[in-house]
Ligand binder design. Sequence first.
Ligand SMILES: C[S@@+](CC[C@H](N)C(=O)[O-])C[C@H]1O[C@@H](n2cnc3c(N)ncnc32)[C@H](O)[C@@H]1O
Ligand SMILES: Nc1nc2[nH]cc(C(=O)O)c2c(=O)[nH]1
Ligand code: SF4
Ligand SMILES: [Mg+2]
Length: 207
Amino acid sequence: MAHQIPDDGTLLPLMEEFYTIQGEGYHTGKAAYFIRLGGCDVGCHWCDVKESWDAELHALTAADTIAENASRFPSKAVVVTGGEPLIYNLDYLTSQLQQKGIKTFIETSGAYPLSGHWDWICLSPKKFKGPTTSVAAKADELKVIIFNKSDFEWAEQHAKLVSPDCKLYLQPEWSKSKEMTPLIVEYVMNNPHWEISLQTHKYLNIP
Ligand SMILES: C[S@@+](CC[C@H](N)C(=O)[O-])C[C@H]1O[C@@H](n2cnc3c(N)ncnc32)[C@H](O)[C@@H]1O
Ligand SMILES: Nc1nc2[nH]cc(C(=O)O)c2c(=O)[nH]1
Ligand code: SF4
Ligand SMILES: [Mg+2]
C-alpha cells in the first residue's frame, strides 16, 4: 500500500458512506449509517464490492469527520464494512462514534485481528483467508455465504469456533441464489439452530 495510513486509526480510506436499511442478518430491516472502508486482500471471487479492494483508490478521510457525518442521521446505529475493515485500527473511530451515543456494528471476514469497540460483530468467514480466533470468540453473529453444497459442512466447522450464544445464519451467494436458496431452506428446517439471511436490500433496490 503506497497510502501512508497512520496506525492510530485517525485517518481511514473511505470508499463510501450512506444511510440505508441493514439488509442482512440479525439486524435486517433496521435503519443504519454505513461506512465502507477501502482495502481487502481476501479475494472472494464472488465478492459484490470488488471496487473496494484497492485501498489506494479511496481517499484518506479523518475518522472525526466520518463520526460527525454519521451523527447527523436519525438512526444512532453505524455499520462499519468494506472492503475488510479490520485491516485498520478501528479503536479511534469506534470510540468517537460511541461517545456520540451511536451503536457500532461491524461486518467482517475476521481475516485480521480484532480492533475497535463493538456493540455487534457480524463474522462472515471466508475459505480464502480464514478468521482469527480473536474475532471468532467475540462474534455475535456468524453469517456463512453458501456458494455450493460443500459450504454447509464448512459452515458447521465454523459454528464450532464461535461462542454458544452466537446467532447462526446461512446466506445464499447472490449469483447462485436460485440454486442454493432451496437447499438452504431444507437445511434450516432440518438444522434449526441455523436461520436464513437474505440480502434484502438487493430485492428492495436500495444501497
Ligand atoms: C462485501 S462484505 C464486506 C465486509 C467483509 N469483508 C466481509 O466479507 O464480511 C459484506 C458482506 O457481504 C457478503 N457478501 C459479499 N459478496 C456477496 C455475494 N455475492 N453474495 C452474498 N453475500 C455476499 C459478505 O460475506 C459479507 O457478509
Ligand atoms: N443495505 C445493505 N445492508 C448491508 N449489510 C451488509 C452490507 C455490506 O456490504 O457489508 C450491506 C449493504 O451493502 N447494504
Ligand atoms: S472478504 Fe469481504 S470485501 Fe473482501 S473479497 Fe471477501 S466479501 Fe469482498
Ligand atoms: Mg453489501
